[in-house]
Design a protein around this ligand. Structure first.
Ligand SMILES: [Zn+2]
Length: 178
C-alpha cells in the first residue's frame, strides 16, 4: 500500500498526505535537476513524468516527446505546459487534450480530473448545499488508491490543494454576493 493511503481521511483532505511533499504516484526517477526555468516565462518549474505527458498531449504529438527530462510550467499567463530540459521541445496548452486548471480560468475546466469536479460543479454544490463534499470524496479515493492524478491531471499530482483553494475562493465569492 502507498504510504499516503494510510493516513486519516481528514489529513488527506487537507492535502497533508504526501511525505516530504512527494506524491506516491510519482515513481519516475531521473538524475536531472528537480527544477528548471520555463524558456518562455522564466517560471521555476518542477519535473513532470513522461507518463503524464504521454496521456495529456494529443495523440498525433506522441512521437514529438523526447527521451529527455521534462518540466511543468504552472504560470497562469504562460502558454507552455511542458518543456524539455534543454528547452528545445515544448508542449503548449493547444497541444493538450484537456484544459489546464492553472492556465485556464473557464468554469468548465476541471479542478479534479479524476472525479470530474469542474469549477462550476464546485460552485453549484456550494450554492445549493452551503458546502463542498469534493475534498472528502477525493480524500476517500486517495485512501483507497483509486486516484490517477499522474495520468489524468496535467500537473501530474494530486488536486486537493487546488480543490481546497478553489472552494475557499468560491465560498468567499458567494458570501460577497449575498
Ligand atoms: Zn512557462
Amino acid at each position: 500500500m502507498h504510504e499516503c493511503c494510510t493516513v486519516p481521511v481528514e489529513n488527506i483532505m487537507e492535502n497533508k498526505h504526501k511525505p516530504d511533499g512527494v506524491c506516491c504516484l510519482i515513481s519516475e526517477v531521473t538524475e536531472a535537476p528537480p527544477r528548471a526555468d520555463c524558456p518562455e516565462s522564466g517560471t521555476i518549474s518542477r519535473k513532470i513524468q513522461h507518463r503524464t505527458i504521454e496521456h495529456m498531449v494529443k495523440p498525433d504529438l506522441l512521437d514529438k516527446i523526447l527521451a529527455s527530462q521534462y518540466y511543468y510550467c504552472a504560470a497562469s499567463d504562460c502558454p507552455i505546459v511542458y518543456f524539455s530540459q534543454d528547452g528545445t521541445s515544448k508542449f503548449t496548452t493547444e497541444d493538450l487534450q484537456v484544459a489546464v486548471f492553472a492556465k485556464d480560468t473557464g468554469k468548465d475546466v476541471y479542478v479534479c480530473y479524476c472525479y470530474d469536479w469542474t469549477r462550476s460543479r464546485l460552485e453549484n454544490e456550494i450554492r445549493e448545499t452551503g458546502e463542498s463534499t469534493a475534498s472528502k470524496e477525493v480524500a476517500e479515493k486517495v485512501r483507497a488508491s483509486l486516484c490517477e492524478c499522474d495520468i489524468k491531471n496535467p500537473k501530474g499530482t494530486c488536486c486537493l490543494g487546488d480543490i481546497n483553494a478553489y472552494v475557499r475562493e468560491a465560498e468567499d465569492n458567494l458570501k460577497a454576493e449575498k
